[in-house]
Design a binder for this molecule. Structure first.
Ligand code: ARG
Length: 463
């Protein structure tokens, strides 16, 4: 490798080295060292291809591949001296390779540019994160399924506007999140399938005149095919944006569940008890048990969606092909991915460890006139009343109960008949919460039998 005082990689054209400030704004090694594993995977695949196609000799290719493993082991052992003068992970690895194997290292960058290299590395990294998010989601879904199964027929209030609406089952509520997270799984899966084209071989922007084999490197790196347009391959980051957007939606779901756990674990609700392992205390109020993990998960959407917006802003308006702006893609994605994985793991732990308080759920389910709709439906079914009229009559009965300071099932039959003479004893069958949920057997409804069949479907799906 030609050595020069200005820069080992492009010193040929430069007489002076960079200003310290230039180095500071330019260097990405402080964060892109996280791509070391992917960078070395990519370079080893590239070297194998260069050897196979005869672009470099078989022995040089082998020396490069071996040397890269040594570099990787140094990095993994924490023995690697990263240098910001060498700007990024790609040049740090290549420079160290030169120190280890000498001259053949200079042949690694044949038919390649840092532009296709970084696009490949970053894609591999994002793909790994999608796999990690998938595993994290499956664990969380498993914990929700366990909760749902234990309380498939436990009754709790269902809310709209956070006002008591109709009784639902605990299992049904848990399964609502399973459905949301299931769509998150499929969103990550879609993003993975779409992004799985290999940029390597696009070179700087135009492809290369060397007889490279892009199918070989794509297959070696687990891609479905090489990307079909070299300009596109080096200049889009939509794969990272799709990851961030799937991550944002997933974080939004986690945030909603977190919010419910915050509410449910309060002394006023007591729907759930969070485990000590996933709670914190107060330094001044000895009675406090705070749902900090849930609160932090609730907040994570801020930074994850922030990363999505930030990268959108970086990418908008960039002319093709590569611009250095794109180096700003990584920190956002790293931070979003780290926090998503943490949030998924914390939520899985919280859900696994929490215990639902069946009695409190049931007591709350019965209050707030939660079976008023059942009463209206009874008037329609048994007395053949038009629903609008039934709604009105039920409203009067609710007002009467409110006046008496009791719930609907506690009203005397005579009281009910004072509102509508045809109401008979059998109305009381539908006023209990257990009957209410048991009656909602429509597909996707809250009846325990429906909930159990959805649980079975999900268990099958997850294997
Ligand atoms: N560190 C750069 C990045 O993260 C690598 C690509 C540099 N390419 C270039 N033409 N300067 O984007």
């Amino acid at each position: 490798m030609t050595k020069d005082s200005s820069n080992a990689m492009w010193g040929g054209r430069f007489a002076a080295g960079p200003d310290a400030i230039m180095e500071a704004i330019n260097a990405s090694i402080g964060f892109d060292r996280r791509l070391a594993d992917q960078d070395i995977r990519g370079s080893r695949a590239h070297a194998a291809m260069l050897g196979r196609t005869g672009i470099v000799s078989g022995s040089d290719a082998e020396a490069i591949r071996e040397g890269l493993l040594t570099v990787l082991s140094e990095i993994e052992a924490g023995e690697f001296a990263f240098s910001s003068a060498l700007e990024d992970i790609h040049m740090n690895v290549e420079a160290r390779l030169g120190q280890i194997i000498g001259a053949p290292a200079g042949r690694l960058h044949t038919a390649r540019s840092r532009n296709d290299q970084v696009a490949t590395d970053f894609k591999l990294w994002v793909r790994d994160q999608i796999d990690a998010a998938t595993a994290g989601l499956e664990t969380l879904i498993g914990a929700l399924l366990t909760q749902a199964e234990a309380g498939a027929d436990w009754v709790m209030p269902g809310f709209t506007h956070l006002q008591t609406a109709q009784p639902v089952t605990w299992g049904h509520h848990m399964m609502a999140y399973v459905e949301m997270l299931g769509r998150d799984l499929s969103r990550f899966g879609d993003a993975r399938a779409r992004m799985n084209e290999c940029p390597l071989g696009a070179a700087a922007l135009a492809g290369t005149s060397f007889p490279i084999d892009r199918d070989m490197t794509a297959a070696e790196l687990g891609f479905d095919r090489p990307a079909a347009n070299s300009l596109d391959a080096v200049s889009d980051r939509d794969f990272a944006l799709e990851f961030l957007s799937a991550a944002s939606i997933c974080a939004m779901h986690l945030s909603r569940l977190a919010e419910e756990l915050v509410i449910w674990s309060s002394a006023q609700f007591r729907f759930v008890t969070l485990s000590d392992r996933f709670s914190t205390g107060s330094s001044i109020m000895p009675q406090k048990k705070n749902p900090d993990a849930a609160e932090l998960i609730r907040a994570k959407i801020g930074r994850i969606f922030g990363a999505n917006v930030a990268l959108m802003m970086v990418m908008k308006g960039l002319p093709l092909a590569y611009s250095k702006d794109m180096q700003e893609d990584k920190e956002q994605v790293f931070d979003a991915a780290d926090n998503l994985m943490l949030a998924l793991a914390a939520m899985a732990g919280m859900v696994r460890d929490m215990s639902a308080n069946r009695d409190a759920l049931e007591a709350a389910a019965a209050s707030g006139f939660s079976t008023a709709t059942d009463l209206a439906d009874w008037l329609v079914r048994v007395l053949d009343m038009p629903f609008r009229e039934a709604h009105h009559v039920t409203g009067k009965l609710v007002a009467l109960a409110e006046q008496r300071g009791c719930d609907l099932p506690d009203l005397a039959l005579e009281d009910m008949q004072s509102v509508h003479g045809a109401i008979s004893e059998s109305v009381f069958d539908v006023l209990g919460v257990a009957n209410s949920v048991a009656s909602r057997t429509s597909y996707g409804g809250t009846a325990p039998e429906q909930v159990r069949s959805q649980i079975a479907r999900w268990k099958e799906r997850l294997g």
